[in-house]
Design a protein around this ligand. Sequence first.
Ligand SMILES: Cc1ncc(COP(=O)(O)O)c(C=O)c1O
Length: 484
Amino acid sequence: MTEETSSDTADAQFYDQARYVQGDRYEPLLSEKDQTTVDVSEHCPLPDSLTRDSLELPALSEPALVRHYTRLSQMIYGIDTGPYPLGSCTMKYNPKFTEDVAAIEAGAVHPDRDQDSIQGTLELLYRLQGYLATIGGMDAVTLQPPAGAAGEFVGIRVASAYHEHNDEGHRDEVIIPESAHGTNFATAALGGYNVVSLPSDEDGRVDLEALEAALSDRTAALMLTNPNTLGLFERDIETIAEMVHDAGGLLYYDGANLNALLGRARPGDMGFDVMHYNVHKTFATPHGGGGPGAGPVGVVDRLAPFLPKPRVRETDGRYELFDPEHTIGHVHGFQGNWLVLIKTFAYIARLGDPGLADASAKAVLNANYLASQIDYEIPYGPFHHEFVASAGGQDAADVAKRMLDFGVHPPTTKWPEIVSEALMTEPTEVESKSTLDSLAVAFQQAKRSDTDTLETAPNRTAVGRIDQTSAARNPRLSWHALEE
Ligand SMILES: Cc1ncc(COP(=O)(O)O)c(C=O)c1O
């Protein structure tokens, strides 16, 4: 660190600390705003069997309703409000033109329509399968899974079907680095596998000796992301692929970090056999608050017959649905989350090869610039699109909550555990230098905050510090529950 960083000089410019206050502190429930309820039957003459009274919809005017939801939207933080450097999760800004493209297509087709009357739709899906295969260096793609985690599950089911088909069903272990995302462990367990946890070497990468010891004729797959969750490129990836393949296993690529390699390097060329794409992390589609999203899966030729059905193919200029020969079956209705897939297509088509390569270059540059502007220990590097800083003697969760007081979203905290009090930070390519400087200010200010301030933060947000355990374990998801 230099004596004075540009974020220090940016302090005054970006943050008059007393100025940032987020939204309203209180917005009543709709039911508190108006006690009269709408008689649905008056407005909507449906048979009695299709109506119910239990909804108790409040009788509010359109402006009252719009104001309610607009005020609520001002009480939360989103990517349209400011930077959102949530490591691993890649919160890219969602460009609005993709919404326009999806809106044009949205009403146009019913999924049950005759295939000859939806040739344009099928062509779009076919071309998207091709774009993704090319980007990942894969041979075949299914668009059906509705999220990254669902993609993982499909990928592991495909691997499992492949082994069964080859009389290798005794393979009952999936190897996963200890720094991997929780969904990897959950996927392997849900897929019926025993998880073998792989320690990292002192550089934070796969420990080859430990891998050698873990591999056996029980190995079904090794799940990896590259760069890994510390943002480090697995330099030995070709050796790793050879070791896994020699043991008869498959190499699974968790696509969560593809944004670091986009247009520059391909998992398929590194030796990966199966991968998922998190389109919300890489191709700027909305995360959708847990869904609906999309997590397409790509595979090499030998796994293609096991992909879910149906897929789209082209024969003599006609596009049609078909079932792969040994398909694992349906994993989603129709073609997956069609509107998300249109947005993915639009994003890739608009950026093209140079735009995608530019995105990954800037994602890496931004992470490295931000890291150079903060006075935190970053134990592992050189990193690519994300870095894991340590909050040192402070509690990472306190630091994160304090950062909210400066009008930015904090990084992911306390993971991976390989770094103590981890702040896993991924600014993405979309942020400008001045926004990165403002993020750096928030990091620096949080670090300088006294213990009392840290422990009570955030103080300038619409909702203050909550009991996280109760919020996670006993969520009240409706106003009925709240009343009770
Ligand atoms: C490394 C990694 N793998 C998998 C996932 C799961 O992806 P999704 O959120 O799309 O289910 C995530 C999500 O953040 C991730 O960071």
